[in-house]
Design a binder for this molecule. Structure first.
Ligand code: NAP
Ligand code: F7E
Length: 339
């Protein structure tokens, strides 16, 4: 029987790749979208289907993770086999500026979803989008046994979601899993995350459209993978015989400075001539060094990332060059207000 999936956060980077993957696998995909005064569906426009087509398999529904009654109503209406809770306020620095909203959406939002699942009485498989940020400055390499040390309102909110997901699995027997995903990027990454901010700037500087790139902490190290590899891991988690929690990571860690060096050199530029540090992009507290150990996912799920650091940088720079040449890039992230 073809399956039905419900994705919150379908308009985001991961939601868009996951929707693609599930449609190819024959799923009917329902996606939660927020009502906005401007369109927020750029990342899934290539997947649109005519709702009058009887084989219409991508169905977008208005809703919000802050609206419990709507979430319960949607789950009752959709009757999903699988739920992927990817919706969140995802920016760590913004979580210091909007801690209450971040807690409401990222922590209580997950609880609203779990309660809707529990009260529906249906057998649903539930994926919770957890984050390596929950490890904070715990020693690397971090895996499922590493003690969490959240270092931001975002990380603390995600940790609440992590624990209640585990609790609903153990207390109610719900097939609920936590993916603890290290940073994963792509040409669809939001422009205010550091990798995309860098690759967009590289393209624009190369074409003479921008002069400087202002960044914060250049010494922070992250384990950066490729988003399409990671959404495949999410799907695998919901196909396993038993529910569990899994780290997804590449096992390599590189600094923001190294990312700059490689990205600028891809177009024959020296980052030192263009990158400046600015207080504006520093956080009240940062996470210094993340490097994941995904052995459990490899062993139990057979999951392995295909794209590593150098290739990722190439993919992102090349895609941004094409966009900038076609004048399709958005200049707003260069103003220094965002990011
Ligand atoms: P993203 O591109 O920032 O997308 C976030 C999604 O959440 C968007 O669809 C956004 O909708 C939606 N959203 C925000 N607030 C919402 C609300 N109140 N109600 C419903 N939906 C809401 O994030 P991503 O990179 O795809 O990440 C997906 C998930 O994985 C997130 O939960 C994130 O915290 C987690 N995660 C990401 C990474 C990573 O490296 N990418 C690593 C670990 C964990 P709009 O488009 O309308 O804003
Ligand atoms: O920062 C440093 C910054 O914002 C990475 C989210 O998807 O991954 C992401 O969170 C590092 C940090 O990602 C700038 O201080 C320097 O040390 O790209 P980021 P993040 O904070 O790691 C995790 C796994 C998630 O779960 C989150 O949802 O880069 N950095 N200069 C900068 N960061 C930004 N954004 N902008 C700068 O100018």
């Amino acid at each position: 029987m073809p399956k039905t999936a419900f994705i919150t956060g379908i308009t985001g980077q991961d939601g868009s790749y996951l929707a693609e993957l599930l449609l190819v696998k024959g799923y009917t995909v329902y996606g939660l979208i927020r009502r906005c005064s401007t369109f927020n569906t750029d990342r899934i426009e290539h997947l649109y289907q005519d709702p009058h087509d009887p084989n219409y398999r991508l169905r977008l529904m208005y809703g919000d993770l802050s609206d419990a009654s709507r979430l319960a109503g949607l789950i009752a209406q959709i009757k999903p086999d699988e739920i992927y809770n990817l919706g969140a306020q995802t920016h760590v620095k913004v979580s210091f500026e909007q801690p209450v909203l971040t807690g409401d959406v990222d922590a209580i939002g997950a609880m609203r979803m779990l309660e809707a699942v529990r009260q529906s009485g249906r057998k649903v498989r539930y994926y919770q989008a957890g984050s390596s940020e929950m490890f904070g400055n715990a020693p690397a390499p971090q895996n499922e046994e590493t003690a969490f040390e959240p270092a931001s309102p975002y990380a603390a909110a995600k940790l609440y979601a992590h624990w209640v997901t585990k609790n609903y699995r153990e207390a109610y027997g719900i097939y609920a899993v936590n993916g603890i995903l290290f940073n994963h990027e792509s040409p669809r990454r939001g422009a205010t995350f550091v990798t995309r901010k860098i690759t967009r700037a590289v393209a624009r500087i190369k074409l003479g459209k921008q002069k400087k790139l202002f960044l914060g902490n250049l010494e922070a190290k992250r384990d950066w993978g490729y988003a399409p590899d990671f959404v495949e891991g999410m799907w695998r988690m919901l196909q396993a015989r038993e529910p569990g929690d899994y780290v997804l990571a590449t096992g390599e860690s590189h600094s923001v400075r190294e990312f700059c060096e490689l990205a600028f050199s891809r177009v024959g530029l020296n980052y030192k001539k263009h990158v400046e540090q600015s207080e504006r992009h520093m956080r009240p507290m940062d996470v210094d060094y993340l490097r994941g150990d995904a052995s459990r996912a490899r062993k139990v799920l057979g999951w392995k990332p295909k794209v590593k650091f150098e290739k990722l940088v190439e993919i992102m720079v090349d895609a941004d060059l094409v966009m900038a040449k076609e004048g399709r890039e958005d200049f707003r992230a260069d103003s220094g207000i965002f990011g």
